[in-house]
Design a protein around this ligand. Structure first.
Ligand code: GDP
Length: 400
């Protein structure tokens, strides 16, 4: 199970955001077997507007979205790498995650104490990154020491030939040396991963290094700024000089954007407070509230955009099954072949796989119905080497 950890300094809005994620899932997915595995782990639906379209085409009223796991990781403070706060326990939670959402406070509110006394997004991010880098450095040094010890496979095997474990050790050592340089220069490992070979990257992944994990920055803004922040972030990706002057509340979001740009990481504007209020409101009032804030399309901003960004960062994609009983989204890692995709639904489907009758979401919508898609030759019979594509609608044929 792939997990995304939510990190950030205390009082930046992590728990508010996490709770809103879980509540929203409960509210929107009546057919979804919601569960909170542990108090700090939530299963969150992945919003997908294609599901409703498909349910009309397929004639089913039951919609089952796909989901992601989020972990609320509290307790990171300055000094965590030395064991302060929840220290090591906190770090081991992050180690198990596959991606990180770093929540950064970009709202002003005198009632909410800031741990450093003032709101300064760039410094906040650096405080967290420093702790994570220190923890990584300690781990890397320990590994390197072990690799250099007598008794490592290089010493124990005879001279001359290279065994595969020696090769693996060499790869790991060169990866660790590269990474040490980055960390010594004060750079998170994720920024230098592109210099590593595929094998080196794999070796690093096995170690669970914290700053090697992909990060999505969530700029937590006041509700009144959410629309403008989202719009400006989208523009900033394409062109320079989109940020207003320093007095604007958007200046805080700009700091996050500029930090994230150093590592080509996504930034999503969210308003934890707005989201937590929304889940409490009846639908009509919700719409009025959003309208008053200039938000007309909640589907693509805030929390929902954050979940989608996590989904993409984890390298996942969605295929659909669609019939009279149920319309359902399924998650697979990008690059998964048809039989293994079938196996996500049921292991029998994978074992007895014959073919995958496949039509793209776009083609199916164009055709209007599965029958008409078949008549137009838009439904392909794909075999066991087919790589399932984002948005495929699939009917699996299998032997029992
Ligand atoms: P955590 O320590 O990062 O988990 O932070 P919490 O989610 O517990 O939030 C800390 C405090 O900040 C709480 O009192 C929240 O109500 C408040 N808070 C969270 N998000 C926002 C926000 O977007 N705007 C404002 N004004 N307050 C917020």
């Amino acid at each position: 199970k792939l997990q995304t950890g939510i990190v950030g300094l205390p009082n930046v809005g992590k728990s508010t955001l996490f709770n809103a994620l879980c509540e929203q899932t409960k509210a929107e997915a009546a057919n979804f077997p919601f569960c909170t595995i542990e108090p700090n782990i939530g299963v969150v639906t992945v919003p997908d507007s294609r599901l409703e379209v498909l349910s009309e085409i397929g004639g089913s009223s039951r919609i089952v979205p796909t989901y992601l796991e989020f972990v609320d990781i509290a307790g990171l403070v300055k000094g965590a790498s030395r064991g302060e706060g929840l220290g090591n326990r906190f770090l081991s939670h992050i180690r198990e995650c596959d991606a990180i959402v770093h929540v950064v406070r970009c709202f002003m509110d005198e009632r909410v104490v800031h741990v450093a006394g003032h709101v300064h997004p760039k410094q906040d991010i650096e405080t967290i990154d420093t702790e994570l880098m220190l923890a990584d450095l300690a781990m890397v040094e320990k590994r390197l020491e072990r690799l250099r010890k007598p008794g490592s496979s290089r010493r124990s095997a005879g001279a001359g030939t290279m065994t595969s474990s020696q090769l693996a050790e060499d790869t790991e050592r060169s990866a660790l040396e590269r990474v040490t340089k980055a960390l010594d220069a004060g750079m998170p490992i994720r920024r230098s991963l592109s210099d590593c070979t595929v094998d080196e990257r794999q070796a690093l992944r096995r170690l669970g290094l914290l700053t090697a994990k992909p990060v999505i920055y969530a700029a937590n803004v006041a509700d009144s700024v959410l629309a403008a922040a989202t719009e400006t972030l989208a523009k900033a990706k394409m062109q320079a000089n989109v940020w207003p002057d320093n007095e604007s509340p958007l200046a805080l979001v700009r700091e996050v954007f500029e930090y994230a740009a150093l590592e080509q990481a996504p930034v999503v504007a969210v308003s934890a407070q707005l989201e937590s209020e929304l889940v409490e409101l009846p639908p009509l009032e919700r719409e009025q509230y959003l309208e008053s804030l200039g938000i007309n399309d909640l589907q693509n901003i805030g929390l929902r955009a954050l979940v989608r960004a996590a989904y993409e960062t984890l390298g996942l994609c969605t295929f659909f099954t669609c019939g009279p009983q149920e319309t359902r989204a399924w998650t697979i890692p990008r690059g998964t072949k048809a039989p293994q995709a079938a196996g996500v639904i049921h292991s029998d489907f994978e074992r007895g796989f014959i073919r995958a009758e496949t039509v793209s979401f776009v083609d199916l919508v164009k055709a209007g119905s599965l029958t008409s898609a078949r008549e137009q030759g838009l439904v392909r019979a794909e075999g066991k080497d087919y790589v399932v594509q984002e948005g495929d609608v699939i009917l699996f044929r299998f032997n029992v």
